[in-house]
Design a protein around this ligand. Structure first.
Ligand code: ATP
Length: 231
């Protein structure tokens, strides 16, 4: 399928201080268009590394990653950036908003210097309104709560209507109640827009609510199961 992601024999080794760290060790995985997947595992097991390779933020040391049957390893830096812009939206635990930009400007930031056919401001306002931030368009991140900042980050990830949202502990910095609201938002996106979601979490409750749970340990896949409880 057009937006399927496939990892074939993927390994990632980091070199530094004279030691090699095997962050990923021969991973084989396929993600079908529109899947809602959680990735769990102990600290250092390779979850974030896997997510960054899936989103083409980094390249594998060995093996390849296909996106809709096309290898992304071979793309130039410019083509990789275009690929990410078109297909992937990222959400991080620390929100990563630009501190001197307002909510609207943060949401529009990925569109900077891109030629697009829609009105950037209208798109950003629409996304922020859908997510309940219609009265915070001109607020700076420092004037927002953690949950509100993460909602701005979600709007930013969605601004170019990506096929996939990759989220690294998106609720890790939020209290349980706010985390639920953010998580429900991801479920709604998945169900209403068909946007695939792959998220890393340390929270077993959230993990078990995905339709598929991938468990990792020491850079290896230790299980890949389907959950009955996904609604
Ligand atoms: N840029 C890097 N340079 C060197 N080593 C790295 C780098 N990034 C990750 N690693 C190492 O790769 C291994 C996997 O790291 P990764 O961040 O993917 O784990 P994780 O499962 O996401 O951990 P956590 O749950 O603590 O976030 C770790 O041993 C880590 O120290």
């Amino acid at each position: 399928m057009a937006h399927e992601i496939e990892c074939i024999n993927v390994s990632k080794v980091f070199q530094g201080d004279g030691i090699s760290t095997f962050a990923l060790d021969n991973i084989n995985l396929q993600f079908k268009e529109g899947e809602f997947v959680s990735i769990v595992g102990p600290s250092g097991s390779g979850k974030s590394t896997l997510l960054s390779l899936l989103g083409a933020l980094d390249l594998p040391t060995k093996g390849k990653i296909n996106y809709g049957n096309n290898p992304i390893n071979k793309l130039s830096q410019k083509k990789l950036a275009d690929f990410r812009f078109k297909n992937i939206g990222f959400i991080f635990q620390q929100f990563h908003l630009l501190p001197y930009l307002t909510s609207i400007e943060n949401v529009m930031a990925p569109l900077f210097s891109r030629k697009i056919s829609y009105d950037k401001k209208e798109r950003a306002e629409g996304l922020l309104s859908q997510i309940g931030l219609e009265d915070k368009f001109n607020s700076l991140p420092s004037q927002l709560s953690g949950g509100q900042q993460q909602r701005v980050a979600i709007a930013r990830a969605l601004v170019n209507e990506p096929n996939w949202i990759l989220a690294d502990e998106p609720t890790g910095n939020l209290d349980t109640y706010t985390g639920e609201i953010i998580f429900d938002r991801l479920i709604t996106l998945n169900q209403e827009k068909g946007c695939g979601v792959i998220f890393v979490t340390h929270d077993p409750n959230l993990a078990s609510r995905a339709e598929r749970i991938i468990r990792m340990k020491n850079g290896k896949l230790i299980s890949d199961t389907r959950s009955e409880s996904y609604v």
